[in-house]
Design a protein around this ligand. Structure first.
Ligand code: PSV
Ligand code: MN
Ligand code: MN
Length: 413
């Protein structure tokens, strides 16, 4: 797209927004400030239980993962941090990793522990980790989390994300109440091992890999546990971790109302934890979530800065870097559209019971083409107007393949 086209579309949109009393430059600066962390495991091709198709040029180690995120940051200016998963990303040389990240302008977002796989540790997590009936396994899982905190401390991270696969596949297999209690007790130990300026982000998920019962299946259970841990434990909402048609925006509003929202794992979903590109399936839902976030922050329910933003996706068919560019764009667009909502008018419609007008207020914002604003925010920050086109024109994947090989593979999923 030409610069002239961009300027023309930006001018037209600015005129339209100014007529509505909206300050375009303030919008652009808000969009520019909004940064979303990228997970280390989204940089390689993912896979399904049926197979994995290598994309080529995948990062072979942590340093190369950082390089990929540095590139994303340079092109999009929408990300400035990585979220690491341990043991997939154990740094061999912490100082070198820190230096590399600093040279790329990348910080370390929340650390992720992993007690859902066996990777050579003495005791198996086959029958669960923090909820395991065997105290020795629980202890090992707690210690793993404490170790992840130590690694995070050495890198400058300020949070620990815990997702547990714990649960059971068949009725009778597990004792629901004991499993919940053991999990809570284990998390208490982990929480007390966190530095006082850290937060614990507790993820929930209704099913998978267990298909009968999951110890932390929903936001309510996660919230109940967090309440028993302390103020710095909050609920992490992964958009794919809901049964179909769940009203996620309402969950977000409820959690903010209770100061219990830790942050997000952005992705999209048609059926379950599909880990599809954010905004590719339900962009209207994503917009409505941002409406609640902005409303909740503006009305003082929970501070915007207290919320963590991260992508959690996996790619079986797309180039992961292209996909992440698309996801960052979709998130920025949803945020920009939600910023356009006339909240005063919406509030008035709600008070007057004007259902039709309330819907119009939301549609007016959602149907605005905000792409010129998002593009301008990127350009003003020093990024590319069209990062995807730039990526293809510069043949970046081809260059990565030449450097790293056709069948290079990152540790991880
Ligand atoms: C589990 O489905 C999850 O959403 C958790 O966040 C994990 O850490 C991540 O995916 C990678 O397996
Ligand atoms: Mn997740
Ligand atoms: Mn998931």
């Amino acid at each position: 797209m030409s610069n002239l086209f961009h300027q023309k579309s930006l001018n037209l949109l600015s005129e339209q927004l100014t007529e509505k009393g909206i300050d375009t430059s303030e919008l652009i600066s808000k969009i520019a400030q909004f940064q979303i962390a990228v997970p280390s495991w989204a940089l390689g091709a993912g896979g399904t239980r049926f197979g994995r198709f290598s994309i080529g040029g995948e990062p072979r180690n942590l340093e190369e993962k950082l390089e990929d995120i540095g590139l994303l940051a340079q092109l999009t200016k929408r990300t400035d941090a990585v979220s690491l998963h341990i043991p997939w990303d154990i740094p061999q040389d912490t100082e070198a990793v820190k230096q590399k990240a600093a040279s790329l302008g990348i910080g370390f977002d929340a650390m992720n522990s992993n007690t859902f796989q066996d990777y050579g540790q003495p005791l198996s997590y086959k029958m669960g980790s923090l909820s395991n009936a065997d105290a020795a396994v629980r202890k090992q899982a707690v210690e793993h989390n404490l170790q992840v905190i130590e690694i995070g401390k050495s890198l400058g991270s300020k949070g620990l994300t815990v997702w547990l696969a714990d649960g059971s596949n068949f009725p009778g297999q597990a004792h629901f109440r004991k499993a919940l209690q053991w999990t809570t007790d284990s998390l208490k130990e982990i929480y007390s091992g966190m530095p006082s300026d850290w937060k614990l982000l507790l993820e929930y998920k209704p099913y998978e890999p267990n298909f009968y019962h999951t110890v932390i299946p929903d936001w309510g259970t996660s919230g109940l546990i967090c309440r028993q841990l302390g103020d710095r434990a909050k609920v992490l909402v992964d958009l794919g971790h809901h049964l179909p048609n769940t009203n996620i925006e309402q969950i977000v509003a409820t959690l903010m109302h209770q100061d219990l929202l830790a942050g997000f794992h952005f992705n999209d979903s048609k059926y379950g934890d599909d880990d599809l590109s954010t905004g590719s399936i339900k962009p209207y839902q994503l917009f409505l979530i941002f409406c609640e976030l902005i409303g909740g922050a503006e009305e003082g329910a929970q501070a915007w800065d207290s919320i963590s933003w991260m992508i959690d996706a996996s790619h079986n068919t797309k180039d992961p870097l292209e996909d992440l560019i698309q996801a960052l764009e979709a998130i920025s667009q949803a945020y920009a559209k939600a910023l356009l909502v006339d909240r005063e008018k919406l509030n008035q419609c709600q008070n007057e019971g004007d259902v039709v007008a309330a819907q119009e207020v939301l549609q007016e914002a959602f149907l605005t083409d905000v792409r010129p604003l998002v593009r301008e925010a990127r350009i003003q920050s020093g990024g590319e107007g069209g990062p995807l086109a730039f990526y293809r024109k510069e043949k970046i994947r081809e260059k990565l393949i030449a450097k790293r090989g056709r069948s290079s593979q990152a540790s991880g999923l």
